[in-house]
Design a protein around this ligand. Structure first.
Ligand code: ATP
Ligand code: MG
Length: 426
């Protein structure tokens, strides 16, 4: 074969695209109930938008970015995640201004790009659905965001999810904790992975996020950030926990969870599933948190944010098979079989009439014989076939056939819509 898609990309072809549409549609409907509106930002941004927001030591910025210099020598990057662009847009369009109702609640969906080693559920072009709520410090916005993610997953019939939360506290929390963590890790410096050695002084919290097995063992006994929360940060986290309880949402706390991006503070969360389709153990399908400094970081005023991102490919891997089978059905309602050249115009018009009655309808465009047309009807999984020949044309009728039951009926053209409706509702 001559042309192949780039490594780490995928074609989303029918009928699988139906699954995508269902997930996206469900996201739109769910988020709307929580008063979210869609935002669409560019797929590429100035590199600094991502390096500023994700943090210079994050994996995304150091290793995974698709960046390049364009013909005007601008440093451009394909977006590796959605939040940075949405925040950039929020600031650039001055949505923080008093004329905009707060919180400003926005969602996005679309492709993201990371230069990673492709494997099951991990691609170089992948898709995220995400949400951001700007302008509220209330811990109840944290809970609403988490509840919305869980609601969305429930509507997709994804079960067996596990919610993990943590608090990264405020600036003072992090300052105090940072030192405690360095003090704990320094005696183990030689045992740390190369990445972690480098990050220990630049950004020690990153070490908690390390994928290296030995690092992971070391940080198991590290001090807990929750012991360093300031009174304000503690109160925020307490309300989050109480409110989750109030909604009956189960959660576990993992004080070593820090998330991959630098801009989080206070509440962070991950929703995990244990599903063979994703490999061993708990795998994160949705992750997010509060990022109170990010709007300022990207040139806006002080304005808090809370959001999550969710990987669509991983989500589709765990969608239940029954639902997938249902979604992959791509059945045509009507196929119109035309017998003889003289009826072609009438058949063409008939197909268009069926569409005006809101049926999914099609016909032959390859001059096939009736037998071939019936074969096409079969391949399209047509539920019903209307046959039109010269005698039907003369008598003002068409021949209706239910392909599942085999029931046939001659119906009159002057009562077509009514007849068809009653025959298809049986
Ligand atoms: P991981 O630790 O698995 O690399 P991450 O911390 O990089 O995840 P986030 O940046 O939080 O992931 O992105 C949110 C979600 O996007 C992930 O939970 C996952 O479902 C999805 N995701 C991230 N990277 C990829 C990828 N390369 N291919 C497919 N999905 C991805
Ligand atoms: Mg990653």
């Amino acid at each position: 074969m001559k042309y192949q898609k780039p490594k780490g990309t995928a074609d989303i072809i029918p009928p699988f695209s139906n699954e995508w549409q269902f997930v996206e549609q469900t996201a739109r409907e769910t988020f709307k109930l929580y008063n979210y509106s869609e935002v669409r930002t560019p797929i590429f941004e100035n590199f600094e938008v991502f390096s500023r927001s994700a943090g210079d030591t994050s994996d995304i910025v150091t290793k995974e970015m698709y960046d390049f210099h364009d013909k005007g020598d601008r440093h451009i990057a394909l977006r590796p995640e959605g939040t940075a662009g949405v925040v950039r847009s929020f600031v650039e369009n001055k949505l923080y201004g008093p004329e905009h109702a707060k919180p400003v609640k926005q969602y996005y969906m679309g492709p993201m790009f990371r230069y990673e080693r492709p494997q099951s559920g991990r691609l170089r072009e992948f898709h995220q659905i995400g949400v951001e709520a700007f302008g509220s410090d209330s811990p109840r916005i944290d809970v609403e965001t988490i509840a919305m993610a869980i609601d969305f997953l429930h509507r997709l019939k994804v079960d067996g999810t596990k919610l993990v939360i943590n608090s990264l506290g405020d600036l003072d929390t992090r300052k105090n904790y940072r030192q405690a963590l360095i003090d704990y890790l320094e005696p183990h410096f030689d045992e740390l992975s190369e990445d972690s050695k480098e990050r220990l002084h630049k950004n020690p919290l990153r070490v908690l996020d390390s994928k290296d097995a030995n690092d992971q063992k070391l940080v198991e006994d590290a001090p807990s950030i929750l012991d360093f929360l300031t009174p304000t940060a503690k109160e925020h986290f307490d309300v989050v926990k109480e409110t989750l309880d109030q909604l009956g949402i189960d959660f576990v706390i993992d004080s070593n969870m820090v998330r991959g991006l630098d801009y989080y503070n206070h509440t962070i969360f991950e929703i995990m599933v244990n599903n063979k389709a994703l490999g061993h153990g708990d795998v994160t399908i949705c992750a997010g948190g509060r990022y109170n400094g990010l709007v300022e970081e990207l040139g806006g005023p002080e304005c808090s944010g809370m959001g999550f991102g969710l990987g669509v490919e991983r989500l589709l891997l765990i969608l239940n098979q029954e639902l997938k089978d249902e979604l992959q059905k791509n059945d045509l309602d009507f196929y119109v079989v035309a017998i003889g050249n003289k009826v072609k115009n009438a058949a063409f018009k008939l197909v268009q009439d069926l569409r005006s009655f809101n049926y999914r309808a099609d016909q032959d465009y390859l001059d096939r014989k009736p037998k071939g047309q019936f074969k096409s009807a079969d391949k399209y999984h047509a539920k019903y076939v209307l046959t039109l020949g010269e005698s039907e044309l003369e008598q003002g009728t068409v021949n209706f056939k239910n392909m599942e039951t085999g029931v046939e009926k001659v119906i009159k053209n002057d009562n077509l819509e009514q007849e068809i409706k009653s025959l298809t509702e049986e």
